[in-house]
Design a protein around this ligand. Sequence first.
Ligand code: SF4
Length: 1020
Amino acid sequence: MKCTIVPYGNAGWSEKRRFMERLIASRPGPPFIYNEVLLLVPSSRMKRMYGRLFLDLVLQKGSSALVQPEIQTLHHFFEKLYSSLNGPRLMDENSRLVLLEGLVKERLINNSLFNQSPDLLAPSLSAAIARMIEQFSASGVGPDELLFKIRDADFFDKHQVKLLTEVYALYADLLEKRGLIDPAGMRAYLRDHFEPSWLADYSRIVIDGIQDASRVEADILRKMLDCGNCAYLLDAPSPNLLGHAGEFHPLRITKDFMSDIGLTPEEEIVGMNNDELFLAAALFSDRPFAEIIQNAPAPAQFSKTINLLSMVNTREEVSMIAGMVKQSLRNGVVPDSILVVFPALDEYGPLVEEIFNDYGIPYNRALGRQLSTSPVSTALISIFRSCQEDFSGPSLLRIFSSPFTKFSEDPAIAPALDKLMRVRRIAGGKDKLLSALAHLPAEDEGRDILYGPLVELFSVLVPFAEQAAIPLSVWMDRLDKLISWSGLAARVDKIHGPLNINLQAFKKLNDTLDSLNRAGMLFPEFTYTFNEWLFLLKRTFMHARFQVPPEDEGGVQILGIEESMGHPWKEVYLGGLVDTAFPRRLPQNIFLPEQALEAMSVRTIEKARLSAAYHFYRLLLSADVVTLTCPENEGDRPMAPSPFLQELTPLKKAGLLNRGIEKTSGIQFSLKLEESHSIPELAKALSQSANVKSIQHILNAGIKGLSGIRTAYEFKPAGPTLTIPQQKREFWITELDAYINCPYDYYITRVLGIEPLEEVTEDLTPMDRGSKVHSILRNFYLAWNRPITRETRDEALALLRKLANSAFDKEADTFRNRREKELFNSVMAERFLDAEEDFWKQGMKPAYLEQKIEEYRIVLSNGEEVGLSARIDRIDVDENGNFIVVDYKTGGYPSPKMGPEQDIFQLPVYAIMAQQALQDKDPRLGKPIGLAYYDLAGKTGGNARDVVLYNKEARNDHPTAKPKASPKSPEEFETILKQSMDKARKAVEGILAGDFSSKPQDENKCRYCPNEVMCEKKEP
Ligand code: SF4
């Protein structure tokens, strides 16, 4: 059958609109009745979009008398067809999972497979088996066929393969015996019993945008097309490109699908302009870059705008997208025509909502939200968590402070409980709490406040303390009673306004619990312990999604990647383009090898990659302005960009990318007052500026959200008072370094001793890790007193690892701590030994380790003397006494600069102090000839030993990351040492004089400084 190929974006949408206009025109006048027309689309969003379009088109004809065509998603259409047949009863997804979990657990108990507890393995194994069975069913591979195809394979006897085949056979058997069918089986039933008469009610069938389907779905579609009277619309740049799509091209999915259902493109197609055609052919092309570039249009003539920008982290990324969107809205772009899309919307969603709200951008976030993230389900789960944790303090506080439980009527309960636990030094526990309450003096009001609620809670949860395994329906019945007791429904009803999203969550929660209840009734033979049941409940809440009401769909569209199909966009912002998220890295299949799966048309990993590539390709061609973004870091982890971004290389080389944009990486939001886009940004900019005069009229304008800032400015922070003891005469070089970095920060942290409260954790802090690494390297050279060579390296590595294991194994066994140990053993130890092998060839040796130097005297400008102290990681000396001061680094460090003015401060001061203090020691220190950092974590990417500054005439064979800035003439090197001692002197004088002004050495530090709310940074 012929199908119409329509391009992405506006040209394609106009063609679809014309198509529907022709359909409308089949009725000469009102009433416009089209209920004999069936329109099949891939998503509910497209369904609503077409509903609106039909209404608009009919209104244009001067009437609103419309009976809509039947617009359905494929899934709902199949369900509708099936409901009119006398097939087995259709069960839902939750029942399917419950059945599979029960079967897996049964097999594990009977066979003691894997020698593991069935309770531990069943949920995760059954989820994986459920996914596998779904894929086999969708590809039309039943249990017998599966067995037949793999019975001779060498992996057939593996435990997990046996489990899969047995469970699949039992599953199919049980469904048949009970007269049930699952969603995949329903499709197979439709295919096997297909009757053209099912479509007799439709005079016309239009299928739009369904570009891919499982093998069984494709079979049904083919049968539908054979009935005639169908029109098929497919999105692709051109029949030609579609026909030539190779094995790895994003259009291959569409091409394969067309051949599966027997579609051929019509000759005449809606055209794209030359720029779009060039782009469509350039992306994912197998032609050489040079050839693509040669055929590229001139940058000045290229009509599309494509930008690729990277920001320092995800918050900056979303802020930057929000800033650009806001600018477009100000320029008159209609909000609904702007698409903001993230492949991992669940992870980005909360941040996007927060920043778009701050920026005042009207938006609609689609894709639904996970039920498990809603406050309603969290309140419910926290009740059971407290039961699971024997009423631990935090879990009880969560219950008593939740707005969704009956206890929220009395706000005094949570503080009273908090006080009780602190005073009695208990961390919860039913018996401990009751005993503590019993010992409270009669006049203590906490007793009256807490006794009733605690006893009530304990007693209502008694049915959930049962240890035995009981049927799911019994648990669901108990849950039902608990929900009635909790007052959840009444509390949700009382919350109105912006929080009404809770009503949607509560509705979904009820639907989900009903579905679990049905599953329990269907399979009463499977039993659950409390922990298993709670796990099932949490897992089900995680998979259930609830949607905002459809009437909220206006505004900038924030969508998941697949939901953005079929709509014309003016601007597209595609963010979060990092490796592993896009394409999403899927775990390796644990049951069967990929080749075996491929032979049965189950191509999960490959298909996921191609599908992601298809959407990337489609989005780039769907709008005239496309901005692609990726964060460079997430938390403290550097991120790698998505491999798809490589496709833009020829565009970049042809000058078609980022036209007119100077800064394309390391982007951060502006902290200039006049460039603030939101109240939080303005507050941040103001806190760093102190120049509020120019915007006083804005502060006084009564704008919502500004009163807090205005009030804050009325209360000036107290200026530093002279709290430095005048008799302080000893200074550590590290504290002087802190003072030089920012005197105000020094005042807050070193004088007042104020530091942000750290979360209580068993993980090593960065500072702990640094000390550990320093002590391992010191102990290494205390035990190792010979050169490190290629021959001795393995021995040295073994010693280092032994020291590391003994140091790290003292810490708690947490994931992060294990990762830190692994990082040392696999990265730092290797980098260190690489550097040491080269270092020993230079004829130097580490002579002093963690050398403490005290009471180095300096004279201040008023003639007074003070002492300086330092601890130097290591000093390397040659046979003539020439020495290099070494500092080990697990994080970043300052780079050398051309000329004598340097940010590097501690190393040169150490050199002068060491020279004087150790001139008479053995080995004697003569002349300082270099200053070195050890970049252990590989921050600079070069050799670990980085001799950042050195006297190039003394010797010129040092490894260095900055080969131009590091070598200095003897005079320049001398000047650097001297200037740094002058800096130390000035820093001491500044501290003693109480000069704690807000003058950071590097302005960038202020962006992440916790003191910025307190300090009054002056404008430069
Ligand atoms: S915000 Fe800047 S000036 Fe203020 S204390 Fe921090 S680093 Fe210093």
